[in-house]
Design a protein around this ligand. Structure first.
Ligand code: PLP
Length: 389
């Protein structure tokens, strides 16, 4: 008998199964709104122009692949700061490190929280990115879910967030989507961020903000509004950042974890803990993608080109949202939502019907990737949805 027999099989990733089924579907006009990557008008997930140029330069100019250390590429980490935090220089109070993607940043944040307060509960607005649960639980943290968004009415439940925060214990953690909420697209406005930040400050709740789509919602600065308000009001917090969507670097695994502390002395202790946790997890992050981002952000012309292409991507998503909203009153709420994702009020049976009858692919949750639609495909998509009513 095998020594591995004690293992129970685990469910496969639902989205990966969907990719295979879509590929094998012979129908022309089939639509994939399942997979969560940006797609252009030709349905491709392109390597961005500035990324290609930065890679060319790295290939020519890189002189060593010697180890950098658990903090990764310090130039990358510094160059991202003004993009995220704007003009505010948090100086020695802001520390952190490069991580393998936003996922790595979240995992490290969770382990830091488990180390500083094993009793911390994570206040988590639902529905959320399904990977949040296993990442937080892997660090041994307790989750305290509340309703962020009501899918049938497509309404953000701000009152529920406020009430949950008002009942939290000192040392609890609020995990918040910085912008372009995955999977519902419903973000807080500035006044709501401000109100939540005041409660977090007054009750001693540590903010953990997940910013994975900066620039794909309203704009680079606009999408960082929540982060900036919260850190300004609360004065400390964690930010898990991903460059994998806004630089199109997905498989290169580019992320960072930023920690803002109240004093430089505390910040140094936080940093030593982050470095030791990184060493125990992955020792050092992969280099290439972060080096690409550093090359782009330290060259004004490449930065401009990256911003221009990011704007094209954002506007493409926006235009499809506008088309959907204009085509059917039932889809009107999608216009006010941000980023690539929305979740339609569909049952798993209806999702299966769309796949079988119309060749439209999405996970059973009804989450759709807006960038999976081209303007040409919108009428067929809207018609298929209407056929369910
Ligand atoms: N956070 C959210 C909300 C996400 O949707 C994702 C990716 O889908 C991530 C974090 C992780 O991104 P990465 O691919 O950089 O690990």
């Amino acid at each position: 008998s095998s020594l591995f027999e004690a293992l129970a099989p685990q469910p496969a990733d639902a989205l990966l199964a969907l990719i295979g089924a879509f590929r094998n579907d012979p129908r022309t006009g089939k639509i994939d709104v399942g997979v969560g990557v940006y797609r252009d008008l030709e349905g491709r997930t392109p390597v961005m122009r500035a990324v290609k140029e930065a890679e060319r330069r790295l290939l020519e100019e890189q002189e060593s692949k010697g180890y950098l250390g658990p903090e990764g590429d310090a130039g990358f980490f510094e160059a991202l700061k003004p993009i995220i935090f704007g003009a505010t220089d948090h100086a020695d109070r802001l520390t952190g490190l490069q991580t393998p993607g936003g996922t790595g940043a979240l995992r490290l944040a969770a382990e830091l929280i488990a180390r500083l307060n094993p009793q911390a509960r994570i206040l988590l607005g639902e529905p959320t990115w399904p990977n949040h649960h296993p990442i937080l639980k892997a660090a041994g943290l307790e989750l305290a879910p509340y309703e962020h968004f009501d899918v049938p009415s497509q309404r953000l439940n701000f009152a529920q967030a406020l009430e949950t925060f008002n009942q939290a214990k000192r040392g609890d953690v609020a995990l918040l989507h910085g912008c372009c909420h995955n999977p519902v697209g419903a973000d807080f406005d500035a006044a709501q961020w401000q109100a939540l930040a005041v409660v977090m400050r007054d009750r001693g709740i540590l903010p953990l903000i997940d910013l994975a789509y900066q620039g794909l919602g309203r704009g680079l600065d606009e999408d960082a509004q929540g982060v900036r308000i919260v850190l300004d009001v609360v004065g400390e917090g964690l930010l898990a950042y991903s460059c994998d969507k806004n630089f199109g670097l997905y498989r290169e695994r580019v992320g960072a974890l930023y920690a803002l502390s109240r004093t430089a002395d505390t910040a140094a202790i936080v940093q030593s803990n982050l470095l030791s946790l990184a060493r125990a997890n992955w020792s050092m992050p992969p280099d290439h993608g972060a080096a690409v981002v550093r090359v782009i952000l330290t060259d004004p012309a490449l930065t401009e080109d990256w911003k221009a292409e990011l704007t094209e991507m954002r506007e493409r998503i926006r235009s499809v949202r506008d088309l959907l909203a204009a085509a059917d009153p039932a889809l009107a709420p999608l216009k006010g939502q941000q980023g690539m994702f929305s979740t339609l009020p569909l049952t798993p049976q209806q999702v299966a019907r769309l796949r079988e009858e119309r060749g439209i692919y999405m996970p059973p949750s009804g989450r759709i990737n807006i960038a999976g639609l081209t303007p040409d495909a919108v009428p067929a998509f809207v018609d298929a949805l209407a056929s369910l009513r």
